[in-house]
Design a protein around this ligand. Structure first.
Ligand code: TEU
Ligand code: CA
Length: 570
């Protein structure tokens, strides 16, 4: 894997619509490859485009080897892949194999009868001993689903329950069954034979469940105020996870040359586990998506109970991951994806006065860390969270279910809505803002989710025309990564760890050293940084490089600066 590149994530449903049905598609991506090439990204990651009932916007797949008609056709996909390769970029697919859709033929067959040869392709269990099927608490274990409610669904016909860690239309595959694993490996090989350059693997650290030899699954830790428990101890980084990933690597990737990229999405993964997963000698995955820094503002009530974030907590978390994977392993670097709210609204300041400065400050901070940076569509434009007025404005199953369950349990609707506005995934899923025109140039039809009204100011057309825009700052950061090896490979040293406003660190490779200083606040601040940088070259900054006499070393609101020096044998 080429670790010096930058990856751009596309959420096809919200990227660009080419046929006016209000839903983004492959034609829309094809039409905007110039934008991606101008940004300078090396790899495109497509969120799922496979056939799907779209219960979870494609993360519920009913046919892994065909394109959902809403997005296009296999022929169009081949055309897109050729065009991406023609422009020197790579294309990575989303691999969703912890679960399938309940409309996938495998599950339809499995559900057809307890004697089905595919029954054991999924997790079927009888009701809790002594309980009647369908009775409250009769689920085989007390596990909660990530989308509210129980993680078990009763199949009336057989009187048995099937496991779904996400929605009931996303039944979990039973990876204990070698037939399941071989079927998945064959499907992955089919896409690699078609020319794709790797996979982003959805909740891949959940595929191994802690199941007893007698098939017993343990109840989870009870959760206060919920009828369901936290079963994560039974499926986060389960007992056979490394065995499965090593087998997958052996069966799917080991015999293939070419620079293939594999990144595993791993909720709850620790630094120690990530070293094992990403150690090249263990041949599992190239890198993982860890969640620590994007869970820091989750309050005691969970993700929809936001709490203020302290910069020192962010530094402590990202610093530990830098240090933990310095010798062995490799980090992914991200603020945004299709499951997280927009970073400029969350950790920055999306007011007109500070949106550009805070977006470029946060970008500089992240992209100068050691690891592979991921840019989520619209992040390069400084797109913000959206003004969701009522629950009707939301589309995401996680948010809609949470609202329904919380209000039914007596929570105040406005309080629940406030939580969804802050952390809801739909903030990441509003259409990309290409122009200030109707529907931001996303569609000539009616968009499946409302366009953010600030597209009159925040849009690609305006950003491309403005050299000081968020777009050109991302372009320069990615260019720097391509031209300065220290950016991709240099050692990382955190500075001023206790400063609540300044995030600063150095990078060093051979005799080249960088000093990165970011004022992650709306105030003028001063930070006592190490000496010897006064006459160092300014490589990149997000504010005009003018030093007011007597204000040397003063950082203006959201200012970010990267200095470079060569230091002989210092
Ligand atoms: O996300 C897994 C995941 O961790 C999030 O869903 C998370 O649980 C949720 O946002 C609560 O914070 C992956 C995909 O990225 C997501 O879009 C899918 O919904 C999910 O898996 C199921 O496939
Ligand atoms: Ca369309």
């Amino acid at each position: 894997m080429d670790i010096t590149g930058a990856v751009y994530q596309i959420y096809p449903r919200s990227f660009a619509d080419s046929n006016g049905d209000g839903i983004g598609d492959l034609g829309g991506i094809l039409a905007h490859l110039d934008h991606l090439q101008a940004l300078g990204v090396d790899v495109l990651w497509l969120s799922p485009i496979y056939c799907s009932p779209q219960d979870d916007n494609g993360y519920d797949i009913s046919d892994y080897q065909d394109i959902d008609p809403a997005f296009g056709t296999l022929e169009q996909f081949d055309e897109l892949l050729a065009a991406v390769h023609g422009r020197g970029m790579k294309l990575v697919m989303d691999l969703v194999v912890n679960h399938t859709s309940d409309e996938h033929p495998w599950f339809v067959e499995s559900r057809s009868s307890p004697d089905s040869p595919k029954r054991d392709w999924y997790w079927w269990r009888r009701p809790r001993p002594g309980m009647a099927a369908g009775a409250a608490g009769a689920e085989p274990t007390n596990w909660a689903s990530a989308f509210s409610g129980p993680a078990w669904e009763l199949d009336e016909a057989s009187g048995e329950y099937y496991l779904h860690l996400f929605s009931p239309k996303q039944p979990d595959l039973n990876w204990e069954n070698p037939q399941v694993r071989q079927a998945v490996y064959a499907m992955m090989g089919w896409w690699l034979d078609r020319g794709v350059d790797g996979f982003r693997m959805d909740v891949i650290n959940m595929i191994s469940k802690d199941v007893g030899p007698d098939g017993h699954l343990h109840d989870g830790r009870p959760v206060e105020g919920s009828p369901y428990g936290d079963g994560s101890a039974s499926y986060i980084c389960g007992p056979r996870i490394h065995e499965f990933l090593q087998e997958m690597h052996q069966e799917v990737f080991a015999h293939r040359d070419g620079q293939l990229l594999t990144v595993g999405e791993m909720p709850g993964v620790t630094v120690e586990e990530a070293v094992l997963f990403t150690d090249p000698a263990r041949a599992e995955v190239d890198m993982v998506f860890q969640f620590e820094h994007v869970d820091l503002d989750h309050g005691p009530g969970g993700k929809f109970d936001p709490r203020p974030l302290r910069l020192t907590d962010v530094k402590a978390s990202l610093g530990r991951w830098q240090e933990g994977l310095e010798e062995v392993g490799w980090n992914s670097l991200y603020w945004n994806n299709h499951d997280q709210p927009r970073v400029v609204s969350r950790f920055g300041d999306d007011s007109p006065a500070h949106r550009v400065a805070s977006a470029t400050c946060l970008a500089t901070l992240l992209h100068l860390h050691r690891g592979t940076p991921y840019v989520y569509q619209g992040e390069e434009l400084g797109m913000t969270n959206a003004p969701f007025d009522s629950i009707q404005d939301f589309r995401d199953i996680e948010s809609v279910n949470h609202y329904r369950h919380a209000v039914a349990a007596g929570a105040d609707a406005e309080t629940v809505l406030a939580g969804l506005r802050w952390t809801g995934r739909d903030n990441a899923r509003t259409p990309v803002q290409w122009t200030s025109g109707p529907n931001a140039g996303f569609t000539t039809g009616t968009p499946w989710i409302a366009v953010n009204p600030n597209h009159d100011v925040v849009n690609a057309e305006a950003a491309r025309a403005d050299p000081d825009s968020v777009f050109h700052h991302y372009r320069r950061l990615i260019e720097l990564r391509h031209t300065e090896p220290v950016v991709a490979l240099g050692d990382f040293t955190m500075l001023v760890p206790h400063h609540e406003q300044v995030y600063a660190f150095t990078r060093r490779l051979g005799d080249v050293e960088l000093l990165v200083v970011c004022n992650v606040s709306g105030d003028d601040v001063r930070a006592d940084l190490p000496g010897g940088w006064a006459d160092a070259e300014l490589l990149i900054g997000n504010r005009p490089d003018v030093v007011v006499p007597g204000e040397e070393g003063l950082l203006r609101p959201w200012e970010a600066r990267v200095h470079r020096r060569t230091c002989g044998n210092q």
